[in-house]
Design a protein around this ligand. Structure first.
Ligand code: P5A
Length: 465
C-alpha cells in the first residue's frame, strides 16, 4: 500500500477522552473511531489488525478440529425463556421488539442458539464429539463501557461450543481448548496466563480465564511468578490425544494463578514469598464446562450406545477478538507509539523515502516495494512529500516492526537502512539484503511467504520485480 493512497487519519493531539495508552494510541493511529458509547467503527488500519487476530484464531481452531459456523446477531427471546436466562441476564442484554411485537435481543453469547441447532440435527452419540465455533459481533449493554475496544458494548468474540456424550469427554474438550488457546495467544506474541476464575452468568464449575498482565487491566490477579517462565513454543500436539492435552493442562495450571473472584489467601501464602505476585490483568479469553445446564432445559439429547436418551455434556469457550487489539497494544508500546508483534502487524514493513521526487530514491523504493510484495508480504510505502521527521513519527506511531529507510546519500554507497521498531537498532544493507532479511523474519509466521520466496531466493534482486 502506498500511504498517499491509503486512509490513515492519524491525530497529532492526544485525545482527552482516552484514559489508557491502548485507547489513546488506537485513536491517534487512526485505527478506530467511536460511533457511540462503547461502539466503534474500525478504520482500515484497525481492521487489518482485527483480521490478523481473526485469522490466527481460525487457523488454531482448525488445528484443534473445531468447525466454523455463523449465527445471527439478532435472536428471538423464546430460546432464552426456555433456558431460563432471559430474566437472569438483566440489563446487560439489549432487548428490542420487531414489527409484530415479538421480543428480540442482540446476542450477548450464543449457548442457546447453538444448542437449538444441535437438538434439531443431532440425535445419536455416533455424531459426537462435536465442537462448533463462530467469530461474530456480540452486544452487552455494559454500565461503564470504557478503555475503547477493551470494554465495549459491541465487541467481536470467538465463541465455541462443545457437545459430548459423557462428562469425561467434555472435560477433554475443555483441556483441548485450554491447550489450543495457549498456542493461539502465543502466535499473536502475547503471554496469556490461564487462571482459575468464576463462571458468572455462563454457569458451571470448571472455568479458566486467560489473562494478559498489564497495569491497566481490570482484574486483580494473584499468581506464582514461576508460571510466567512457561512457554508453549512450537510443540506438536495431537488434540485428540487425551493424555497429551491433560499433561499440558497440568503443566500450565498446577501453579497458583487466580483472579480475585477465586483467590484463596491461605493457599497463596504457601508459595515461597519471593515468588508471590499480586498484579493486574486483562481477560482475553475464558473457557467453561457446564455439563447439562443448557442441554437439559432445551432437550438436547442423544441416544447413547445402550439405546437410552441422555442430555449432552457441554462447555463454551470465548476469545475477546476485538479486546485483544487493545491488550496487544497495552503489552507492546513505548512513548512513540505501538510496537506490533510480527504475527499481527497490519503491514509487515514500512518503506520511508527520505527524498520523494529524487529519481534514484523513488526507483529504489519502487523496487523494494515490488520485491517485498512478490514475496507475499505487505509493505506500507510512505511516498508522501513530507519531511523525514514526520514520516518517522508516523511509522513509529502505527508500530510496524520493521522499517526500510531509503535516501539518495545511502544509495550512492549502494545501501538502505533496516530498522527494528522494538530495539531502535539500524543496519545498513543493500536493498537485496534488506528484502532477504525481512522475508526471513516473516517466513515462520506465514507459510505463503516461504512458498513465494523459494523460487526467488535463488535469483538475484533485479530479477525479482
Ligand atoms: C464463552 C463463549 C462467554 O461469553 N460464552 C460463549 C462464553 N464468555 S465471556 O468470558 O463472557 O466472554 C468471552 C470473552 O469476550 C471478551 N469480552 C469483551 N470484550 C470487549 N468488551 C466487552 N464488554 C467484553 N465482554 C467480554 C473477553 O475477552 C472474554 O474473555
Amino acid at each position: 500500500m502506498r500511504l498517499s493512497r491509503y486512509f490513515l487519519p492519524v491525530l497529532k493531539e492526544t485525545p482527552s477522552e482516552a484514559q489508557i495508552v491502548s485507547h489513546r494510541l488506537m485513536l491517534r493511529a487512526g485505527m478506530i473511531k467511536q460511533a457511540s458509547a462503547g461502539i466503534y467503527s474500525w478504520l482500515p488500519l484497525g481492521l487489518k489488525v482485527l483480521q490478523n487476530i481473526e485469522r490466527i484464531v481460525h487457523e488454531e481452531q482448525a488445528r484443534a478440529g473445531h468447525i466454523p459456523v455463523l449465527m445471527p446477531t439478532l435472536q428471538s427471546a423464546d430460546l432464552w425463556r426456555e433456558s431460563g436466562r432471559y430474566d437472569d441476564y438483566g440489563q446487560e442484554m439489549l432487548r428490542m421488539k420487531d414489527r409484530h411485537d415479538r421480543d428480540m435481543l442482540f446476542t450477548p453469547t450464543a449457548e442457546e442458539l447453538i444448542t437449538d441447532i444441535f437438538r434439531a440435527h443431532v440425535s445419536s452419540y455416533k455424531d459426537l464429539p462435536l465442537t462448533m465455533y463462530q467469530i461474530q459481533w456480540k452486544f452487552r449493554d455494559e454500565i461503564r463501557p470504557r478503555f475503547g475496544v477493551m470494554r465495549g458494548r459491541e465487541f467481536y468474540m470467538k465463541d465455541g461450543y462443545n457437545f459430548d456424550l459423557t462428562k469425561e469427554d467434555a472435560l477433554h474438550a475443555y483441556n483441548r481448548h485450554l491447550v489450543s488457546y495457549l498456542r493461539t495467544y502465543e502466535r499473536m506474541g502475547l503471554q496469556a496466563i490461564p487462571m482459575r476464575a468464576d463462571s458468572g452468568p455462563i454457569g458451571g464449575d470448571d472455568t479458566h480465564e486467560f489473562l494478559v498482565l498489564a497495569d491497566t487491566g481490570e482484574s486483580e490477579v494473584f499468581y506464582d511468578r514461576e508460571i510466567t517462565d512457561l512457554k508453549f513454543g512450537d510443540r506438536e500436539i495431537d488434540y485428540d490425544n487425551v493424555e497429551q492435552c491433560q499433561a499440558v493442562l497440568e503443566e500450565f495450571t498446577s501453579r497458583y494463578a487466580r483472579t480475585d473472584e477465586t483467590h484463596d489467601e491461605a493457599l497463596f501464602n504457601q508459595i515461597p514469598e519471593d515468588r508471590r505476585r499480586v498484579a493486574r490483568g486483562i481477560e482475553v479469553g475464558q473457557i467453561f464446562y457446564f455439563g447439562t445446564k443448557y442441554s437439559e432445559p432445551l432437550g438436547a439429547t442423544v441416544q447413547g450406545p445402550d439405546g437410552k436418551s441422555v442430555p449432552v455434556h457441554m462447555g463454551s469457550h470465548g476469545i475477546g477478538v476485538s479486546r485483544l487489539v487493545g491488550a496487544l497494544i497495552e503489552a507492546n508500546h513505548d512513548e512513540n507509539g505501538i510496537i506490533w508483534p510480527e504475527g499481527v502487524t497490519p503491514f509487515h514493513c514500512g518503506i520511508v523515502n527520505l527524498k520523494q521526487g529524487d529519481d534514484a530514491a523513488d526507483a529504489a523504493c519502487d523496487q523494494l516495494y515490488k520485491a517485498l510484495t512478490a514475496a507475499g508480504l505487505e509493505p506500507l510505502y510512505d511516498d508522501r512529500k513530507e519531511r523525514a521527521g514526520g514520516k518517522f513519527a508516523t511509522m513509529d506511531l502505527i508500530g510496524l516492526p520493521w522499517r526500510i529507510t531509503v535516501g539518495p546519500r545511502g544509495l550512492k554507497n549502494g545501501v538502505v537502512e533496516l530498522t527494528s521498531r522494538r530495539t531502535g537498532e539500524s543496519e545498513e544493507l543493500t536493498p537485496e539484503e534488506a528484502v532477504r532479511k525481512v522475508v526471513e523474519i516473516y517466513s515462520p509466521h506465514h507459510e505463503h511467504v516461504a512458498k513465494h520466496w523459494e523460487p526467488m531466493a535463488k535469483r538475484s534482486f533485479h530479477t525479482w520485480v
